[in-house]
Design a protein around this ligand. Structure first.
Ligand code: PLP
Length: 449
């Protein structure tokens, strides 16, 4: 099944509606069609090679066509491609649940599978809500979120999202939430004692509203889609302390930060935090197949136990929940982490990346460089002194990634924040290539201002 470029281009324009994409402009740009991958590289229809600088949307960890992962899918295909977890079980889901519980922050012993990050968050929200309901505390129905937070695109996860551009229009469809400020230090009105101000605001909200609060939800350590906003040290531990003190559950959305991205297996480990619920997706299959998991404590799980007729059941599940192919590759993913000592191997890469990025700080339109582990956000501004942004219509971030493409790297910006999130298997030399391309692309993409 091979088609020429013109046919594919025409059919794409005629039929394919791309996610998070203004199709009007997109249809006029040259379409990049990826046909294959190998290691940290992707190849297009013409055979051109690109460094996968954002891990195919923050998912890939060990490279494309990694033999052990390919093999895991093939081996499972020879058994069964799909069988349900509704009333039945299969070995990959059972073993993966156990393995996840073993490596997760302590106390997270139960694993509820779903299909992607959004559904992992939906499950966490409903679990938190029903947990209090089942325990007879029916006033605890609300959620506290961070501004600029992102938890997915389904309506429940949008309700706890805080990115106006993505979420504002759906406001009439969403449930009401409480909001605490994101510790966005670069654009913080306080400029000083930022950490204290943000934490005080959050603590006040919890103190005032804890009787009606089911849970606080956040992306621990780094708010990803917001434009890579790192939390100051101590922030997460403090949120854990406050939620515990006031009897409010903590949902850690590790969909982006989990599986080594921040330098530890899970971001919560940076502050020895154990949340009550934890959402995993993106990297859970090494970026191979859609799979997600919501991890819960025994305390949460036990609140759903009862006689059938008590209806404490979690009436929730998706057709492909815990799909055997995805679970099998999820297991192979964890095997690679163990066998290759992936987490231990990150330290020199992180160090080199930090060093390489520091050279960009002098570029005239680089306003802020934010990094945790191998997750990077480079915020571009028109004026470095005043921190004035580029006009939206200029689409500076987009211009930069088009330049990067010409230079041999695939990136995807968040507005005018250039994101780098390479596969964990990237080598020191490849990191250098990636940052060199990014440097040059920023120069070209911001030229003329
Ligand atoms: C990507 C993301 C999601 C949504 O995951 P999908 O698989 O795209 O539904 C949720 N939370 C965070 C923190 C994410 O980065």
């Amino acid at each position: 099944m091979t088609y020429d470029r013109d046919t594919l281009g025409r059919w794409d324009r005629d039929h394919l509606w791309h996610p998070f994409t203004q199709m009007q402009g997109f249809r006029e740009e040259e379409l990049l069609i990826i046909t294959r991958g190998e290691g940290v590289y992707l190849y297009d229809l013409e055979g051109r090679r690109y460094l996968d600088g954002v891990s195919s949307l923050w998912a890939n960890l060990h490279g494309h066509r990694r033999p052990e992962l390919d093999q895991a899918v093939v081996a499972q295909l020879e058994q069964v491609a799909h069988s349900t977890l509704l009333g039945l079980a299969h070995p990959p889901a059972i073993v993966l649940a156990r393995r996840l519980a073993q490596i997760a922050p302590s106390g997270l012993t139960k694993v509820f599978f779903s299909d992607d990050g959004s559904t992992a968050v939906e499950a966490a929200l409903k679990l938190a809500f029903q947990y209090w309901h089942n325990r007879g505390q029916k006033d605890k129905q609300r959620f506290l979120k961070l501004s600029e937070g992102y938890h997915g695109d389904t309506l429940g996860s949008v309700s706890v999202g805080g990115i106006p551009l993505f979420h504002e229009i759906y406001h009439p469809l969403l449930f009401d939430t409480l909001e605490a400020p994101a510790p966005y230090c670069y654009r913080c009105p306080h400029r000083q004692d930022c950490r204290e101000q943000c934490l005080t605001a959050l603590e006040e909200q919890v103190a005032v509203h804890h009787r009606e609060l089911a849970a606080v939800i956040l992306e621990p350590v780094m708010q990803g889609a917001a434009g890579m906003i790192p939390q100051p040290p101590g922030y997460l531990a403090k949120v854990r302390e406050v939620t515990r003190r006031y009897g409010v559950l903590l949902i850690a959305d590790e969909v982006a930060v989990g599986f080594g991205r921040t330098g530890k297996m899970f971001a919560c480990e940076h502050e020895q935090v154990s949340p009550d619920l934890m959402c995993l997706a993106k990297g859970i299959t090494g970026g191979y197949l859609p799979l997600a998991a919501t991890l819960a404590t025994d305390e949460v799980y036990d609140a759903f136990l009862g006689e059938y007729a008590e209806f404490k059941t979690f009436f929730h599940g998706h057709t492909y929940t815990g799909n055997p192919l995805a679970a099998a590759v999820g297991l192979a993913n964890l095997d690679i982490f163990a066998k290759d000592r992936v987490i231990e191997g990150l330290a020199p890469k992180i160090e080199r990346l930090a060093e390489l990025l520091s050279k960009m700080a002098d570029q005239p339109h680089v306003g802020d460089i934010r990094r945790r582990g191998l997750m990077v956000g480079i915020e571009l501004v028109r004026d470095k002194m005043t921190r004035e942004a580029f006009p939206v219509a200029r689409r500076t971030g987009h211009q930069v990634i088009l330049e990067a493409r010409k230079l041999g790297a695939i990136l995807r910006p968040l507005g005018d924040v250039i994101v780098l999130m390479p596969p964990l298997c990237i080598t020191l030399d490849e990191l250098e290539t990636l940052t060199q391309i990014t440097y040059e692309a920023i120069d070209r993409g911001t030229a003329g201002d």
